[in-house]
Design a binder for this molecule. Structure first.
Ligand SMILES: *Cc1c(COP(=O)(O)O)cnc(C)c1O
Length: 371
């Protein structure tokens, strides 16, 4: 089977570097918040083009701590998208804040025109978590304009967009803070959970560092009610030595595969979703759209050809059962496009260890499908 990820092949490639990283850290005798985390933070910030990185325990924590660092708390309204990993909304809800959902476009990305209208309509909205979904960069110029015009505080969810740019500028550079994830399936994955916040603002970075470590400013001096949310030295060492040196190559490979799919897939029943010409995607995922009632049938047909598929995401977040237990709002634009997207989206395998032959098999399987 051609799977959505292949961590065995990845291990064959990174195993030596990963083992060396683990041995080094194990022998150092220092396992939490030491030199490995510090040097990975510096390398990640340099690679991203932002001044400070603060590593935390997950992408979810990165978004939550970023919002709190910006002053977001109970009762504050936060604009976000109904199509994302549930964690994007969960970070907002865990703070006691109120998600305000804005519709997406036909490609599943949040509609920034609808965001502008929502901010105009409701002056009490002070926070915004845009998501660079699938690895496609949202329009960073529009995000910057929005921030300038409305003063809205923005945390960019870059969990899927490490390496993606808009007109050459990295995602995460339009808002106050970028949040990302090192969940194993992400473009820069650890062997466990992890995440990071990135910012140019030293004061914000300092607050995030305090919050991730029980809210202590110096040892045993607690200035805030914080979290236990720290990236392990082991994961930092792995990311430094095995991940970061490969990320440029991995992204290049994903782009090559995406280009082959975009050129090779020709099936009137399968809608390709190429990103805006200004967005150089890092292709975390490769979504396509299938007529709503044919989605299962398409996924089954690909399975029969040895190709596994995924769904990102099958249900709009406000429609999740857990949301019945918390306050949220839906902006005036509604979320109909988002719901339709969720009903029709299927994800094809795209990861750096797919072979050229496997890419051909996927293209053939898609092209042969007759609904
Ligand atoms: C994976 C993901 C998250 C959550 O990251 P975790 O490390 O799993 O907590 C948040 N937002 C998006 C868009 C993601 O893809």
């Amino acid at each position: 089977m051609i799977a959505l990820n292949d961590f065995r092949r990845q291990w064959l490639d990174i195993g030596k570097d990963a083992t060396a990283a683990f041995e080094n850290t194990a022998a150092s005798g220092w396992y939490i918040l030491g030199d490995e985390v510090r040097s990975f933070e510096q390398a990640l910030a340099d690679c991203w083009g932002l001044r400070h990185a603060v590593c935390v325990a997950s992408g979810l924590d990165a978004i939550e701590i970023a919002l709190r660092t910006l002053g977001c708390g109970s009762g504050d309204k936060v604009l976000t998208t109904p199509v994302s990993a549930f964690a994007t909304t969960l970070a907002i809800v865990r703070l006691g804040a109120i998600p305000v959902f804005v519709d997406t476009d036909a490609h599943g990305l949040i509609d920034l025109q609808a965001v502008e209208a929502a901010v105009r309509d409701d002056a009490s909205i002070r926070y915004f978590v845009p998501v660079h979904l699938f690895g496609h960069a949202l329009d960073l110029d529009k995000l910057r304009d929005l921030r300038r015009a409305s003063g809205i505080a923005m945390v960019e969810d870059c969990a899927q967009s490490i390496g993606a740019t808009w007109k050459g500028q990295p995602t995460g550079t339009a808002g106050a803070i970028a949040a990302t994830s090192f969940y194993p399936t992400k473009n820069l994955g650890a062997m466990g959970d992890g995440g990071a916040l990135l910012t140019d603002d030293e004061r914000l970075a300092h607050t995030a560092r305090v919050l991730r470590d029980y809210g202590q400013t110096t040892k045993y001096d607690h200035s805030q009610i914080g979290y236990n949310s720290r990236l392990d030295e082991l994961q930092a060492a792995l990311l430094s030595r095995a991940g970061l040196p490969r990320i440029a190559g991995w992204t290049k490979r994903r782009r090559t595969i995406a280009a082959r799919y975009l050129n090779g897939i020709q099936n009137e029943n399968v809608e390709l979703l190429p990103p805006s010409i200004c967005s150089e995607s890092c292709w975390h995922l490769f979504p396509v759209r299938i007529a709503k009632d044919r989605k299962r049938e398409f996924m089954k047909a690909l399975w029969a050809h040895g190709v596994m598929t995924g769904e990102h995401y099958p249900k709009a977040i406000p429609d999740q059962r857990a949301m019945a237990d918390c306050s949220f709002e839906i902006a005036a634009c509604g979320i109909e496009q988002a719901r339709e997207f969720c009903g029709s989206e299927v994800t094809l395998p795209i990861h750096p260890y797919l072979t050229d032959d496997e890419v051909s098999i996927v293209i053939d399987a898609v092209n042969r499908w007759r609904s």
